[in-house]
Write a protein that binds this ligand. Structure first.
Ligand SMILES: *[C@@H]1O[C@H](CO)[C@@H](O)[C@H](O)[C@H]1NC(C)=O
Ligand SMILES: *[C@@H]1O[C@H](CO)[C@@H](O)[C@H](O)[C@H]1NC(C)=O
Ligand SMILES: *[C@@H]1O[C@H](CO)[C@@H](O)[C@H](O)[C@H]1NC(C)=O
Length: 443
């Protein structure tokens, strides 16, 4: 880099610092909010001293370190518009401006049924951040339900089971779903805009992102799949604290000799760990308390816990149509995979294996093997470092598919395989870099 551009860069950084300081002073309350949010979350991996989420999302793009010094100024386009020759990435940061503008209420009159602006009882539904429709080579769309402030969880997922270096060579596509940031949190809209600018994998609805609004998010997932990705073979809905074994799914999709290959072709598929005889929580202390008015019976119908569900397109369409006419009920998984599934005659296919907490431990200690038994999902709330370790194992496995070492030698195998031959799977397209990303994530 020559002296002139170095100078320009320094000026830029200084400018940024000044703007940042000014903007921080303007909203001390919000800053405190961010702090609190990240302190309580699962942020053990980075141990970073900066609470601001966008700097962390950048590590998902390994090559974008120069943007780390960028502050989160309110008007990036204006600030940098006359610095065109210094660093193109600074200038291009204004492209997310459109996403940062507050939602326009486009219509006060109710939209007719079937209109794209209807989402259950919301008549002015719009996507604040959207993605282009699926390419025709996408066979499985994975929609990850995430909260606006779960930046860290999304980052971990992008560095592990949704790593583009792996996913882009497979027929899978991963997108995160969030809701609106709510009042007094406009800066989060900018953070999300930035995050989407860097990763291109967010969809945001204009309903408030709130616990009792999760049903909107779930129906939005069905809607988006229906309208933008219905040519795919499957929709997977997962929560952002679940580890999804994407290589295992690819294996099922591409190995006709496996029974799962046929199962995943079932046009009536709704696959999950089924919950039966679940009693409705009426206790006032329960976070899940449901009033008799909301749901009158003692037990819920059979349903799929929302943390991980696999849907065939026909089932998505039926459930979406039923949801559009349904009364709102905030327990999204019960409503969609229980009540509405029953109404539309959709049957649950029980998923045999889940990786439970104890299985995660024995897997990581080397007592068990990734394929024994094979799993598609972990249970809830996997820790970031566990996620990283399991992903590393999965990568090692992909890179030496012909050898199946006994469980006890897994540790040594994982070291040896770093220099091993590339993938034998047709659609596992791994570049050399993933190990590097994960190593930096762990340090
Ligand atoms: C793997 O990636 C290369 C380059 O990115 C591409 O040309 C090739 O078609 C990919 N192979 C598969 C099986 O996706
Ligand atoms: C759910 O979203 C709607 C529409 O944005 C909003 O009016 C409502 O307050 C939200 N509910 C909660 C509990 O935040
Ligand atoms: C839309 O659907 C609801 C529920 O099915 C119905 O009550 C209402 O009349 C419908 N509105 C129109 C314009 O069709």
């Amino acid at each position: 880099m020559d002296k002139r551009s170095l100078c320009l860069l320094l000026i830029c950084i200084n400018l940024c610092l000044v703007i940042w300081l000014v903007s921080v002073q303007q909203s001390p309350m919000l800053e405190a909010e961010i702090m609190a949010d990240f302190g309580g979350g699962s942020s053990s991996i980075t141990g970073s001293s900066t609470p601001s989420p966008p700097s962390q999302t950048q590590s998902a793009n390994s090559g974008s370190r120069r943007s780390r010094s960028k502050p989160y100024q309110t008007k990036p386009s204006r600030t940098f518009s006359n610095n065109n020759n210094s660093d193109s990435s600074l200038v291009s940061s204004n492209t997310f401006d459109s996403a940062a503008t507050p939602p326009a209420i486009r219509s006060q009159t109710p939209a007719p049924n079937g209109s794209s602006m209807q989402l259950m009882d919301l008549n002015n539904f719009v996507y604040l951040i959207d993605q282009p429709a699926c390419d025709k080579d996408v066979r499985v769309l994975i929609l990850v339900h995430s909260a606006v402030r779960n930046t860290e969880k999304r980052r971990i997922i992008r560095e592990t089971w949704a790593d583009r270096k792996y996913i882009d060579g497979t027929p899978l596509k991963v997108i995160f779903l969030v809701g609106g940031v709510g009042a007094n949190a406009e800066r989060w809209q900018q953070f999300l805009g930035r995050e989407n600018h860097l990763n291109g994998d967010l969809i945001q609805g204009n309903f408030d992102d709130a616990y009792r609004n999760m049903t909107y998010k779930h129906v939005m997932a069905l809607k988006w799949f229906n309208e933008k990705c219905s040519g795919a073979q499957l929709l997977v809905k997962v929560d952002d604290d679940v580890f999804m074994n994407t290589p295992q799914l690819v294996k099922y999709l591409t190995t006709p000799s496996l029974p799962e290959f046929a199962m995943l072709q079932d046009p009536q598929l709704m696959l999950c760990r089924v919950v039966r005889h679940s009693r409705v929580k009426r206790s006032y202390r329960s976070k899940w308390r449901v009033t008799y008015k909301e749901y009158p019976h003692r037990f819920y119908p059979e349903y799929c816990p929302g943390m991980a569900i696999v849907y065939a397109p026909d089932v998505v369409r039926r459930l979406f149509e039923a949801a559009q006419k349904s009364k709102y009920f905030w327990v999204d998984d019960v409503l969609i995979t229980g009540i509405l599934a029953e109404e539309t005659g959709s049957k649950i296919t029980p998923l045999k294996y889940y990786l439970e907490q104890k299985d995660v431990r024995s897997l990581l200690s080397g007592e068990a093997d990734l394929e024994d038994p094979p799993f598609l999902f972990t249970n809830h709330a996997i820790k970031p470092d566990e996620s990283m370790e399991i992903w590393q194992m999965a990568l090692d496995r992909i890179q030496r598919p012909l050898l199946t070492p006994p469980a006890s030698s897994l540790a040594s195998a994982s070291i040896a395989s770093k220099s091993a031959a590339p993938s034998g799977w047709p659609s596992a397209n791994l570049s050399e870099a993933p190990q590097q990303t994960i190593a930096t994530g762990l340090s």
